[in-house]
Write a protein that binds this ligand. Structure first.
Ligand SMILES: [Zn+2]
Length: 68
C-alpha cells in the first residue's frame, strides 16, 4: 500500500491510500481536473512528478488538431 501523508496541525495528520482512481492533476491549459493512473503514467521510466504535465481530453484534442 502506498499513501500520501499530510500533517494538518499538531494533532491532525491524514493518510490517503493511493489507487489508480484517486490521483489527480490539473490540465496546464484550462485547469480542469484530470484523473491520473500514476502506475501507467510512470511505467515509461521517463515521466516524473515535477516535469510531467497531462492535458485534459479537450485540450489534447485541440493540440492534436493544431499539429495535423
Ligand atoms: Zn484542458
Amino acid at each position: 500500500m502506498f499513501y500520501v501523508k499530510q500533517t494538518i496541525n499538531d494533532s491532525l495528520e491524514i493518510k490517503v491510500e493511493i489507487h489508480d482512481d484517486n490521483v489527480f492533476t490539473t490540465c496546464p491549459d484550462c485547469g480542469v481536473e484530470v484523473c491520473v493512473d500514476i502506475s501507467e503514467l510512470f511505467s515509461d521510466g521517463e515521466s516524473d512528478l515535477y516535469g510531467t504535465a497531462l492535458f485534459c481530453a479537450e485540450c489534447s484534442k485541440s493540440r492534436l488538431e493544431e499539429i495535423l
